[in-house]
Design a protein around this ligand. Structure first.
Ligand code: BG6
Length: 473
């Protein structure tokens, strides 16, 4: 019992989703097409196909997803039943500015999120809102060449200002870009930036330029947000691909550090407000160059984040000798013989969560927020429920390690939101069968199903964890 007392009274227990994986209604309420709307579903190990335009007869997973758009009242009631203190969700940029460069925002889209936030507040659930979660207007990719173009910074900041003004009294916690560092990790960062590298361009230069534009947009978003409401808490969001040296060979350790540069590049600029030695050494390592304009450095300096949010799913190992590889949705790495893996080959490493919390807190000394963690699995739906003891086991072990980081290591942690709290479409594969939720959604990969919601065993387990503020773990 002694150990538990450091978990804050106002600890944000909750769940997380993203608009393009959850809302559906892809053309309703004036919404424009997003980059997710032209991405087909696939399978583990098979790359998702991206079409230039929507093809007839093809089922695109984002189009209907779990249909939160029409089920939000019921879904929020289920979250309230579990006792959620917060709900991490994202706003679809295309509901607010269907093409990204529109003169005026779309009132119907703004109203939809007003309704969602009101519904959350009815139950005392705090919204935590991501502005860019793996989607952007497709029109911005086609017309402006996406984030290669500096104009994107203005469009993104305009979007941020509109939603900040509109929801300044309804939302206090914001995140700018979801897993922004995945831009360097993903060989084809369509989700992160609407980018597929072309043969005739220098990939390293594009990478660094796109990163600079997003980092500028993020800093300006923080600056503008604080002007609109000084109480806003605005964070960045990183995927944390924890990596261990495979052996105690010093050269493995060096490689491991180098692998993490892709992540710290973004953490450093967001938290320290400048390109640090880490960033410069990464740029040199990939032999890339980018352009900064006068005043950019001041923007980065002024727009540092209030907290650092991250996702944690698995760890991997690194060595200068050949290793058996495992592929997560984005991060690739070596197989660790001490860990079990999920059906999608993600290595299950609860202690790694504690290590990640320590690494990030030691490095940045900023409040942290675990905004994604969870286990994608094939659930067996029987007699109106799912007996998901494997999910409970995964979460129980991770939360126990999280608590050690807080209680023993004294990490300042704001909260924990389990990924895909209600079943949704997988970002990596577009599958529905890769389920994360406490709540089962009756829909399959062929788009069939009633969309009815059913609590799984983990639903009641998590409710009890929240009720006891983690003491029941
Ligand atoms: C994170 C993303 O990378 O992982 C989510 O922020 C995603 O959007 C989650 O859904 C789980 O990955 P996947 O591929 O199983 O959906």
């Amino acid at each position: 019992k002694e150990e538990l007392k450091n978990v804050k009274k106002r600890f944000f227990w909750g769940g997380a989703t993203a608009a393009n994986q959850f809302e559906g209604a892809y053309l309703e309420g004036g919404k424009g097409l997003s980059i997710a709307d032209v991405e087909r579903g696939a399978r583990h190990g098979v790359r998702r196909q991206i079409d230039e335009n929507i093809q007839e007869g093809v089922l695109y997973p984002s189009h209907n997803a779990s249909d939160f758009y029409h089920h939000y009242k019921e879904d929020i009631a289920l979250m309230a039943q579990m006792g959620f203190k917060c709900y991490r969700m994202s706003i679809a940029w295309t509901r607010i500015f269907p093409n990204g460069d529109d003169e005026k925002p779309c009132e119907e889209g703004l109203q939809f999120y007003d309704d969602v936030f009101d519904e959350l507040h009815k139950y005392g659930i705090e919204p935590v809102v991501t502005l860019h979660h793996y989607e952007m207007p497709l029109a911005l990719v086609k017309k402006y060449d996406s984030w290669r173009n500096r104009k994107l910074v203005d469009f993104a900041v305009k979007y941020a200002k509109v939603v900040f003004e509109r929801y300044k009294n309804k939302v206090k916690y914001w995140l700018t870009f979801n897993e922004i560092n995945a831009l360097f990790i993903n060989p084809r960062p369509w989700h992160q930036a609407g980018i597929i590298y072309r043969y005739d361009e220098n990939e390293a230069d594009v990478k660094l330029q796109v990163a600079h534009h997003q980092l500028l947009a993020s800093a300006l978003t923080v600056i503008e947000g604080h002007k609109i409401n000084p109480d806003f808490q605005i964070g960045c969001m990183l995927i944390y691909p924890l990596t261990y040296a495979y052996t105690c060979k010093p050269s493995d350790q060096v490689l491991t550090r180098e692998k993490m540069l892709k992540t710290y590049y973004f953490g450093d600029v967001h938290v320290r407000g400048k390109y640090t030695n880490t960033c410069r050494s990464y740029a040199q390592m990939i032999n890339g160059h980018f352009t900064m304009e006068k005043g950019d450095e001041d923007i980065l300096k002024e727009g540092t984040v209030d907290f650092l949010a991250f996702s944690y799913y698995f760890s991997q190992v690194e060595s200068d000798e050949p290793l058996m590889e495992v592929v997560g949705n984005i991060a690739k790495g070596g197989r660790n013989p001490y860990l079990e893996i999920t059906a999608w080959d993600w290595q299950i490493d609860p202690i790694g969560l504690r290590i990640s919390l320590n690494n990030l807190y030691d490095r940045y000394q900023k409040p942290l927020f675990i905004v994604e963690n969870g286990m994608g699995a094939i659930d067996k739906f029987e007699n109106g429920t799912v007996h998901d003891d494997y999910r409970i086991d995964y979460l129980q072990k991770h939360l126990t390690e999280m608590k050690k980081a807080v209680d023993i290591d004294k990490v300042d942690l704001m909260g924990y939101t389990m990924w895909g709290c209600i079943d949704l479409v997988s970002a990596g594969t577009g599958e529905m069968r890769k389920r994360y939720g406490f709540v089962y959604v009756d829909r399959d990969d062929e788009g069939k199903g009633t969309l009815k919601r059913y609590p799984k065993d983990s639903f009641y387990w998590y409710k009890h964890v929240i009720e006891t503020n983690g003491e029941s773990l």
